[in-house]
Design a binder for this molecule. Structure first.
Ligand SMILES: NC(=O)c1ccc[n+]([C@@H]2O[C@H](COP(=O)([O-])OP(=O)(O)OC[C@H]3O[C@@H](n4cnc5c(N)ncnc54)[C@H](OP(=O)(O)O)[C@@H]3O)[C@@H](O)[C@H]2O)c1
Length: 317
């Protein structure tokens, strides 16, 4: 049985884009990140008390984990928490591909345990979920969660773990103003009722909801996110303007308010942090008050934008 409860922070730090850094990044974000810049991100996060870092073995095919591990070396292991994932589609050919991928993550991150280990998506829940049990028993994994699972898949994973005295301790799905499928499908309510923390990813829609990008200043040319979002930026303007105006009255900016919305909805946003000053945005997000009218207005504008931002890897919930 898991001995200590998972401690859920107000926000978690996303590092998918860190996979772009260096010579073998995957170019998904089209972002140029330097080692010095990422060290500054980590220092600011540490100083602000944000200590849960989310990555995956497949982000930049190991690059995100490796860079993160190197950057965090300056801190004691007990000062931060690592969240990484087993991705079924990238499973190896050994007898236990989950244990195999975990070993790769441990080596990349330069650690001997993962605080929160996820099954990245629900490709064959009965096959992969039981593989978490020996990892929990060995102590190499402290807590487990499921990502991109629908409600029945979450319950199935919970049943499988439950037979060994463990449970699904966290859920991680795409959840933003523009993409509320987990709420509509009852997953947020289920998590709340069961006391399971819900981690919301892509709360800023990879930058499209920050107001910083526009048809005149699009997302980096040639990147996957440019392909996914540049065509809809014009439709997002009324929403990002509203995020900015709510923020202005509280000394904050549009992305701070988008993150504050996710917090107000009872979730833990995982925000992709590529620049040091984004940490200050997260600090501000924690002190923003949103009224129920603010939330209703934002959600109405999001619905009026009439866009579908479901990732290519995601299923309908
Ligand atoms: N489980 C899954 O399947 C899954 C899928 C997707 C993501 N995730 C996790 O969730 C994390 C978050 O998602 P994401 O990184 O894809 O997207 P995101 O958090 O929606 O957006 C991150 C991007 O927004 C911009 N940004 C962040 N803070 C900002 C601020 N304060 N002001 C202005 N711009 C800001 C940055 O763009 P610029 O770099 O252009 O400035 C950054 O790269 C990932 O890093 C990953 O850890 C998990």
């Amino acid at each position: 049985m898991t001995t200590d409860n998972l401690k859920t922070p107000m926000v978690a730090l996303g590092t998918w884009a860190w996979g772009d850094s260096g010579e073998i990044g995957d170019g998904y974000f089209g972002t140029h990140l330097t080692r010095a810049g990422l060290e500054e991100v980590a220092d600011k996060a540490h100083a602000a008390g944000f200590t849960l870092w989310d990555t995956a073995r497949v982000y930049g095919m190991g690059r995100s984990e490796t860079v993160l591990g190197e950057v965090l070396k300056r801190y004691a292991r007990s000062d931060y928490q690592l969240s990484t994932k087993f991705t079924p589609q990238a499973a190896g050919t050994s007898d236990d591909p989950v244990a195999e991928m975990l070993e790769q993550s441990l080596a990349n991150l330069g650690t001997d345990y993962i605080d929160l280990y996820w099954i990245h998506n629900p490709a064959d829940v009965p096959r992969w979920t039981p593989r978490l049990i020996p990892l929990l028993k060995s102590g190499k994994v402290k807590h487990v969660g499921v990502s991109n699972h629908n409600l029945s898949e979450i319950k199935l994973a919970d049943r499988i773990l439950g037979e060994a005295g463990f449970r699904v301790e966290a859920v991680q799905n795409h959840y933003s103003l523009l993409y509320r499928s987990s709420e509509q499908a009852g997953i947020l309510d289920y998590c709340r009722n069961q006391g399971i923390p819900f981690f919301a990813y892509m709360v800023l829609e990879q930058g499209a909801l920050t107001g910083k990008y526009s048809p005149e200043n699009p997302l980096p040319e040639g990147s996957n996110r440019a392909e996914n979002y540049n065509g809809i930026l014009r439709q997002l303007k009324a929403l990002t303007d509203k995020l900015a105006s709510i923020g202005q009255s509280q000394g904050a900016a549009a992305p701070d308010v988008a993150a504050a919305w996710a917090i107000a909805k009872g979730t833990t946003p995982i925000i992709g942090v590529t620049k040091p000053h984004y940490i200050e945005s997260l600090v501000r997000a924690g002190s923003i008050t949103l009224t129920s009218d603010d939330i209703a207005e934002l959600e109405a504008l999001a619905d009026a934008a009439n866009v579908n931002t479901r990732g290519w890897w995601e299923q309908a919930m």
